[in-house]
Design a protein around this ligand. Sequence first.
Ligand code: ATP
Length: 370
Amino acid sequence: MARVVLENVSKQFGTVQAVKDFNLTVEDKEFAILVGPSGCGKSTALRMIAGLEEPTTGTISIGDGMVNDLPPKDRDIAMVFQEYALYPHMSVYKNMAFGLKLRKFPKHEIDQRVKEAAEILGIQELLDRKPKQLSGGQRQRVAVGRAIVRKPAVFLFDEPLSNLDAKLRVQMRAELSKLHDRLQTTMIYVTHDQVEAMTMGTKIVVMKDGLIQQVGPPLEVYNQPVNLFVAGFIGSPVMNFIPCRILSKEGRLLIDAGSFQLPIPEKRTSYYHSLVDSEAIFGIRPNDIYDRAFAPETIKGNAVRSVIDVIEPLGSEIHLNVTTGQHNLIAVVDVQTSYRVHQEIELAFDLDRMHLFKKDPPHLRIKAEE
Ligand code: ATP
């Protein structure tokens, strides 16, 4: 049973403030993902939990106790890094057993734990091989196995999949999710890949410039991003952002984007009313823009003329880069028809899924739901 709590944690390296005012509770058995662009401080936060960096301020608790003064080996954690650092001269079995041997576990206990971990990871056949006789994915499993045998209260992962090719990453993502399900242990995982965060995490922690931007379940962060940064970081292709002015006309609110106007759904009027006659940023995800010819009837009225600049056929869907007036947008459309570059197309917007952000930094999202 281990909950991990960080309170008012910060880390200063000389003049660089890598982590600022970090407050986070990861509940027991949660799979929390720290995600953000390179340099945002996520590895530093993880290393402080592991005890590999000392916080400049704040307290860190694992389970029932504060661990600030405990060395890594006494924190009941196991960490898997991007570089697996397996001992090349040792077999897989010995690599996995090594940590337990150092801790003077009895031989039969070591044997049982290594075999159990090998079974969980499906690497029983590899126990006699040396690391150089393994594929990247198999090495990754051994590195995870080395952590599993410790039976730690908390697993810490620092970008463990970044050295794998794209296909293997997808497979290992699913395997780590299954592993979490089976072990029912708290896991904290660092990545810059928002797809890993969305697919594996039960809780996502989005970071930027050392600061937490938003904490929540993946779909909540996707559907209700707190600001423009989170909206642009989570989701692929990236959300479209269009500077606009909010107008009120005959009791209805409108988005005025210069080259086009769109009606704001009535149920949002009360939320957006304070923005009337001011500038804002309209956000709409590419998946919420349709080719009008194939759009649901209810949104066909919210259409704007566009010109196709680039067509990216992905097999199951097509990404269209279009110009709408002075704005460039991306729309994800179905493969129901063929398109050509420079073609004019009417795009319909599902405005029930629109977002509005304040014009000024930090570009907070205007809440539109209870
Ligand atoms: P990446 O995805 O590139 O690993 P990250 O989000 O994990 O990035 P950190 O490695 O935590 O970011 O680094 C956060 C900031 O702290 C960066 O500006 C980095 O240069 C700085 N930093 C990290 N470690 C040290 C160190 N030992 N000495 C000085 N600065 C450091």
